[in-house]
Design a binder for this molecule. Structure first.
Ligand code: 1PR
Length: 561
């Protein structure tokens, strides 16, 4: 069997293709980059094309075509037609050659989307996309959900597995409608909306989820497509899981250079990462790449790296973080977020480097999302100073414009400010069950920058609403008072933020045991919860947290082998 086929992949800059390459290699195919300028130029417009080398050494396009699709519907379609690629794609599909489309790639196969009503889709499948209803749930839909084919065998898809989705627009599922056109459908449910998770017919497979980010379950789908084993998947004895979005558990690694000059995973108490003993060295809890892999294998749904001293050095000189991402993305097939130092800056040689360029370097190295901290606070201050007008020039707007909202996380580092008289402050306050040092019964959460070193006159509600308006896709909600305390999440803070935005929120800071995860999921509407210290110190594994949540009746994804 000619299974070790070489797949040529054009080197283009449009999101995280590295993960797809890594996934393809992981399932036994080799990938090589084509770097000739004309090809790169074409590929940039096409977004992605696979090229095969035949026996005579000729590069032949479109033997097996994978269309990952990045950004949004209109952008994707416009680029295709501008480049004159639509006929080529159609021809490829009509000739019966294997074709796979991922995420926006699936969406453009339909007739149109309310995301860009003026731009028609390829129309290969009848139907239109609309936006998820955000009145009672977070949009975008981010996380692990089903792709349930019931008893049908489709390219390795299993009703017992969960897959990673990230999108705001979906194809609503109406039973029988697509089936009557010959399509086999895998369904998923978000809140009360049932939508299409994957479709397959003849030579076509399209997934709304990202198989390259869906752990072992997703690798199985990519392998089945490349191997051409259409009828694979369902396994006797494996029970279908309940439909719906699972509770997301995230492992976070704070990374910095220690006093010996090595990049280490560290962990602070209320952001102080130095040992309390004489000498006060930076706490060294292990090696970033190894630890990320360990958490992936324990079932972490995502891994986040925060480069916590980035604001001191120049990001471009910060190549070790890029290397950490490259290495991690070879073995970790769940979403990777990287934070720290993402802002417009000047390199050591005086060249100006934009936040977008820095983010691009991270995406090319295997990151799926970037997380912006300090710079988001400064941008939000300007947003209010300008009467809530947007000029398109902030890092958040630029990066979300190029890579989509889902690629931009804003990391918030708030600190409690107590007050006994809420009328005295202009800020958004909460009534607290945990009074301040002078018995104050209310507090507001002040935003900080530079890892908590500087407190600003902006509250967390103002910040999250501003960054949502700029196009952030998710909030990583830390809490300096709670960080490293093992005393549980700050539920009052999480409630306040959840009520202020409709984008997903990740609760962070304070997790000390599995019960804290259960508490935050059952008492707040948080979309995900993140832990650091308790995992690093080996007190609990991610697996234990998930098993505990499952015992308590909360839906989680278990790691598959
Ligand atoms: O401002 O864009 O350069 O980003 C810097 C990033 O680094 C921000 O995301 C900021 O949160 C982070 N950061 C800066 N200094 C520190 C520090 O600890 N000294 N770490 C820091 C933030 C907090 C969480 C932690 C949770 C859970 N770390 O990520 O993992 O609090 O901890 P726990 O479960 O042990 O309680 P920019």
């Amino acid at each position: 069997q000619a299974k070790m086929q070489k797949v040529y992949l054009l080197d283009y800059v449009a999101g995280n293709v590295r993960s797809l390459v890594n996934a393809i290699e992981k399932v036994g195919y080799t990938v090589e980059w084509i770097k000739s300028p004309e090809d790169v130029e074409k590929a940039d417009l096409l977004h992605l094309a696979y090229f095969y080398t035949n026996e005579e050494g000729l590069t032949i396009p479109f033997q097996k075509l994978i269309l990952p699709g990045v950004g949004h519907f209109g952008h994707c379609m416009t680029q295709f037609s501008l480049a004159g690629y639509l006929p080529a794609i159609r021809k490829h599909i009509e000739s019966g050659k294997p074709f796979m489309a991922i995420c926006v790639g699936l969406q453009v196969l339909f007739e149109g989307s309310s995301e860009n009503p003026a731009v028609p889709g390829l129309g290969l499948i009848k139907g239109h996309l609309d936006r998820f209803d955000d009145s009672s749930k977070s949009v975008p839909h981010i996380g692990w959900n089903s792709a349930n084919t019931s008893d049908k065998q489709v390219y390795g898809l299993r009703p017992s597995s969960k897959y990673y989705y990230v999108h705001a627009y979906k194809v609503p599922y109406k039973q029988g409608e697509l089936e009557s056109q010959g399509w086999t459908i895998a369904t998923a449910r978000y809140g009360d909306e049932e939508f299409v998770g994957a479709v397959a017919k003849d030579n076509i497979l399209a997934t709304q989820f990202h198989p390259e980010k869906s752990g072992v379950a997703g690798l199985r789908v990519i392998k089945a497509f490349l191997d051409g084993t259409k009828k694979s998947g369902a396994v006797a004895g494996l029970k279908a899981v309940e439909e719906g979005l699972t509770r997301r558990v995230i492992a976070c690694l704070d990374v910095r250079t220690n006093d010996q000059g090595d990049l280490v995973v560290t962990k602070g108490d209320q952001y102080d990462v130095r040992e309390k003993t004489a000498g006060g060295n930076v706490r060294n809890l292990g090696k970033p790449v190894e630890m990320a892999r360990k958490y992936y294998e324990q079932g972490a749904d995502e891994v986040t790296f925060l480069n916590i001293t980035s604001f001191r050095d120049c990001p471009l000189a910060d190549l070790p973080m890029l290397e950490i991402l490259r290495k991690t993305s070879e073995t970790v097939f769940v979403p990777l977020t990287i934070g720290g130092g993402i802002r417009d800056t000047t390199d050591t040689d005086g060249t100006k480097v934009s936040a977008l360029e820095i983010a691009t370097m991270y995406f090319k190295s295997g990151a799926d999302k970037v997380s912006i901290g300090s710079d988001a606070v400064i941008a939000a201050e300007e947003y209010y100073a300008n009467g809530r007008k947007l000029f398109g020039n902030t890092a958040i707007e630029q990066i979300s414009g190029a890579y989509g909202n889902q690629a931009v996380v804003v990391s918030v580092d708030p600190k409690r400010v107590y007050t006994s008289n809420v009328a005295e402050t202009k800020h958004n306050t909460v009534e607290t069950k945990f009074p301040g040092p002078n018995g104050e019964r209310a507090c507001w959460y002040a935003c900080t920058i530079k890892g908590g070193r500087e407190t600003r006159d902006m509250d967390v509600v103002e910040l999250v609403q501003a960054v949502e308006a700029m196009g952030a896709g998710e909030i990583l909600l830390n809490c300096i008072d709670k960080d490293g305390t093992n005393s549980g999440f700050d539920l009052e803070l999480i409630d306040q933020v959840k009520n202020a935005v409709s984008i997903p929120v990740i609760a962070s800071s304070g997790a000390g045991n599995p019960g804290h995860f259960e508490e935050v999921f059952s008492k707040t509407r948080t979309d995900a919860a993140l832990g650091a210290g308790m995992f690093h110190r080996g007190e609990y594994t991610v697996k234990q947290v998930k098993e505990f949540l499952a015992e308590k009746g909360l839906m989680v994804r278990q790691f598959e082998i």
